[in-house]
Design a protein around this ligand. Structure first.
Ligand SMILES: Nc1ncnc2c1ncn2[C@@H]1O[C@H](COP(=O)(O)OP(=O)(O)O)[C@@H](O)[C@H]1O
Ligand SMILES: Cc1cn([C@H]2C[C@H](O)[C@@H](COP(=O)(O)O)O2)c(=O)[nH]c1=O
Length: 730
């Protein structure tokens, strides 16, 4: 059991509605019971078949189904009640909301269930909370009400979550939509996709993306950016290609992501191609794109192109300048870094902490101790920028490289960042170079105090001990690493050869031109850049699975009704409100498999059955479909006839069911809860097709009185041999 036990998902439980979310239509009485075998781990979750509990059990079943030794296990959910209680509505809504995001080979979604009523007051309150910056309260309220709100309100809420990077809240909103059976339109699906892509839940984002009917530029951009941001640059670039193949014209947002991906991958060819596309597309240049492009050329070792671009770009700002300066810094071009920095100042641009970091690192690499100190002080004094850990580390590195280890140590002790591992890491590196074992021990102790699981630094430490011949210490560090299961990822280089990118691990000789490549890389004749390892998709959390599961599980749905019910024709089931879905009208259920086609039947996930009271073979069909064929069967029907006697086999299947929900209508006489159906006419046969003309829902009191009245009227009328009126009168 994986996804559903995620605590993030269970955090929803206090907000789940106490009654079924369909209460506006159907005023569900109480779920009678849920089989003990299906008991769920969250006692706080009310076991209505329409709450997320159904999703829970579904996910459980899914998990079970993956175990090869077990037969497929389906589910049976039974919806009962008197006429007009909302049984058909509930069946439709359930099927629609749970299949809304999947591809239906049976094409049933050409018909729509009327949206549930929303409460305009709630919409207004939520909007008010949003615009006054009280997003947390808005989301809390939404989840507590258990009601759907207007598409526009959902959109506003999601937009706020995206803007304020409150992604967890956004996901709660989405969960709420699922719980209340709200079906997002394409616009909202795109918003959800952006939310998931931005927050790194790419599996869910991909699922939403695949199910968008109309994939415009915005969802494509969100996918490209999402993957690039997550460190899956190759996938991001694939989406870029897909976007172009789909005939869409990329915009500045697309290119910003693409150049960033190419920069990280040091992939020059795709970068150049994208640059050419950008020029052809006549995208107006802006600082974001320019900075991304300059960065890309520098990271791909095309220093001249990077510089040329910088010189040509019309719109420059601090970021563009910082990109240029950092670019030079990455290639150890110390003089260019300092010259560019001076130019930046003289042209009136204000450096930021990134600019200063590049300058300080350059000073360190160039051994420019005085200059480094000067810039460090100027940063605080002239620009009011408070140095961060990395700036202090750069100064430690500067002093350390110059062999001023004690000075570096004093600097660390005096710095406000002495609790930052990065500062101690810099000192550790310097101690290793200069073989100061005493300081090495101090620095390493401090470093690991603040950075417990950095395998790379453990390796640095072990190598440092080794370089000083301290073999006992080496063993100590290595055994700590072994015991904690720590593994340092092998370092690798990315090399682009004739447009193909290869990763070379340390000592790797697998490439057929390996010798050539090593030779060339040593002579520096082509680009070889370090890059970070691509993040694994395993990092995607379990709750994504939960959500994805909810969406992806339902694939194919078929609805069956009894052909006896001819009220609205035979091709669809129709509610008393006029909502409908296409269906199969059958005399008996045993003929369904054959009529539907064995192959198509096998692909079915969900079977809905309406007017179940008319099927004699209901028990056998449901048992077979759920137990042997692994289907989820949702059954809606009258539990009692007009005499309040068990109707057909509906009650027989209760021992088979996972959940049973008894709905109530409104008494047509007093408006109270109606549990029973009163027949208004004199016919006595149990089966009599009809609607409001023949039947009405009533409460206990009015059933008893109404029935007495009807019986008395009949008696009198019959005894006088007078025709009985077809309606009783209040
Ligand atoms: N007396 C009533 N009580 C409740 N709902 C009624 C009544 N009369 C008509 N309706 C309408 O019928 C709808 C339920 O229709 P439907 O789902 O087809 O019910 P069922 O399948 O249980 O007969 C309600 O949403 C409501 O709009
Ligand atoms: C009470 C009762 C009802 N019926 C029929 C009347 C309708 O055709 C259906 C019920 O339809 P709904 O979707 O629940 O509105 O059943 C009957 O034949 N006998 C009865 O006693």
């Amino acid at each position: 059991m994986k996804s559903i036990l995620n605590p993030k998902f269970s955090a929803l439980s206090p907000h789940l509605p106490k009654t079924s979310p369909f209460s506006l239509f159907s005023r569900p009485h109480d779920t009678i019971f849920r089989n003990n075998s299906q008991q769920l781990p969250f006692p706080s979750l009310k076991a209505t078949p329409f709450s997320s509990n159904s999703f829970l059990s579904r996910a459980q079943n899914r998990t079970l189904q993956t175990e090869p030794t077990r037969p497929p296990s389906g589910e049976i959910h039974v919806i009962v009640g008197p006429m007009f209680a909302g049984k058909t509505t509930t069946l439709l809504r359930r099927i629609q909301s749970e299949s809304a995001n999947s591809n239906h080979s049976s094409g049933i979604l050409s018909f729509q269930v009327k949206p549930r009523r929303t409460d305009p007051y709630l919409d207004n309150v939520l909007k008010g909370l949003c615009v006054s910056g009280r997003l947390t309260e808005a989301v809390g309220l939404l989840c507590r009400t258990g009601l759907p709100v207007h598409q526009r309100t959902y959109s506003l809420l999601l937009q706020e979550c995206i803007f304020w990077k409150q992604y967890e809240r956004g996901r709660r909103i989405h969960a709420q939509m699922i719980v209340v059976g709200f079906v997002p339109n394409e616009y909202l699906k795109t918003k959800l996709l952006i939310l998931y892509a931005k927050s790194g839940y790419l599996e869910t984002a991909s699922f939403l993306f695949d199910n968008l009917a109309d994939k415009g530029l915005i969802p494509w951009n969100a996918m490209v950016a999402g993957y690039v941001q997550k460190g899956l640059e190759e996938v991001g670039l694939e989406f870029f290609c897909g976007m172009r193949q789909a005939g869409l014209r990329p915009d500045q947002y697309t290119f910003a992501s693409v150049f960033r991906a190419c920069a990280t991958l040091a992939a020059l060819e795709p970068g150049k191609q994208a640059h050419a596309v950008m020029i052809k597309s006549q995208i107006t240049e802006n600082v974001v794109i320019n900075s991304a492009l300059i960065d890309m050329y520098f990271k791909c070792s095309c220093i001249c192109d990077g510089r040329l671009l910088f010189e040509k770009c019309l719109s420059r700002n601090t970021i563009t300048w910082s990109t240029l300066i950092s670019g030079y810094g990455q290639h150890g071009r110390v003089m260019e870094v300092l010259d560019s920095f001076q130019r930046m100042l003289s042209e009136g641009f204000r450096p930021n902490y990134v600019t200063f970091l590049a300058v300080l690192v350059a000073c360190s690499h160039g051994g420019l101790i005085d200059e480094g100190h000067k810039y460090f002080q100027s940063m605080i004094r002239d620009y009011g920028i408070m140095p961060q850990g990395k700036h202090y580390a750069a100064i430690v590195d500067l002093l350390g490289r110059a062999g001023k280890l004690r000075e570096a140590y004093d600097f660390v002790l005096k710095s406000p960042c002495k609790e930052h591992s990065v500062v101690w890491g810099a000192l550790l590196g310097a101690c290793k170079i200069h073989g100061d074992v005493e300081l090495l021990n101090i620095a390493s102790k401090k470093f690991f105090e603040f950075e417990r699981v950095n395998a790379g630094k453990y390796t640095v430490l072990s190598n440092a001990y080794a370089s000083s011949g301290l073999w006992e210490n080496v063993e100590e560090v290595r055994s700590t690493m072994r015991e904690s299961g720590m593994m340092k990822e092998p370092g690798y280089s990315r090399i682009e050869v004739q447009s193909e990118v290869y990763c070379f691990f340390k000592g790797d000789k697998s490439h057929q031109q390996a010798d050539e490549i090593y030779q060339s890389s040593n002579s520096g004749s082509f680009s070889m850049l370090l890059s970070k390892h691509c993040a694994s998709t395993d990092a995607i959390t379990e709750s994504v699975e939960a959500f994805t599961g909810i969406f992806s599980y339902w694939k194919n749905v078929a609805i069956i009704k009894s052909s006896k019910d001819t009220r609205y024709g035979l091709d669809s089931i129709v509610t008393h409100d006029g909502a409908k879905l296409p269906c199969w009208a059958l005399t008996n259920l045993s003929s369904f498999k054959q009529k539907f086609g064995i192959e198509a039947y096998e692909k079915l996930d969900v079977i809905g059955i309406d007017e179940a009271q008319f099927f004699e073979d209901l028990y056998d069909f449901c048992r077979e479909a759920a137990d042997h064929d692994g289907k989820t069967v949702i059954v809606a029907g009258l539990d009692g006839n007009y005499l309040r006697r068990s109707f057909g086999s509906v009650l027989d299947i209760i021992p088979l069911a996972d959940t049973v929900t008894k709905l109530t209508a409104l008494c047509e006489i007093c408006g109270k809860r109606a549990f029973f159906t009163l027949r208004k006419t004199q016919e006595k046969q149990v089966e009599l097709i009809g609607g409001g003309d023949v039947y009405m829902p009533v409460c206990r009191h009015h059933y008893v009185n109404g029935q007495v009245a009807v019986e008395a009227a009949r008696f009198v009328l019959e005894s006088h041999k007078v025709e009985c009126p077809s309606h009783i009168h209040k």
